[in-house]
Design a protein around this ligand. Sequence first.
Ligand code: SF4
Length: 217
Amino acid sequence: MSESQRAKLVLKTLNKIYPKIKVPLKSRNVFTLLISVLLSAQCTDVNVNNVTKDIYPKYHKPKHFVKLGRKKIEKLIRRIGIFRIKAKSIYNLSKILVEKYNGKVPKTFKELEELPGVGHKTASVVMAQGFGHPAFPVDTHIHRLAQRWGLTNGKNVVQTEKDLKKLFPKKFWNNLHLQIIYYGRKHCKARECYGLTCKICSTCYPHRKKPIKTNKA
Ligand code: SF4
């Protein structure tokens, strides 16, 4: 099976399993989405949602976080990993949004990636889920699955994003990145590969004998 045939099969299978996609991180607006994505680094979405459900009803605009200040933000998010660094980023980026963008989240990759604590992956999630702009945020799950399904050579996440963007039409990107994450969490976990028992691999790789290894992101 060629790479593009595998990509088509992946798309068809995932559309069947996940016809409707739910955004896993809860938010009230694009700003709180940005905060939730930032908080989700090295932390589960469930944990982030559990913490933010008590924050967003009261604090959901950049000016609210500027007023709170760093120490109070730290207190609010202390159940989340590396909370001091994240609190600093949230405070600093809120300040920039108030001072430079009139309290709005900018709509370009360049401006987003200039904000403290916001890398390309975070910016891509905000562009895709917040603004509906086609993007393909690649996290470690997507990186792992793309390698295992033979859709990239797995050098690094930058290369994986390029390869996936070439293989899949733009209109599918925003759903597909979530569909792959959902599939990975349930069927294709970091420490387990079942070799041939999964539908995608039993069709793409009928001659495979062993579970496969993955290069880390
Ligand atoms: S066999 Fe299953 S676990 Fe292994 S790469 Fe394929 S989908 Fe993932």
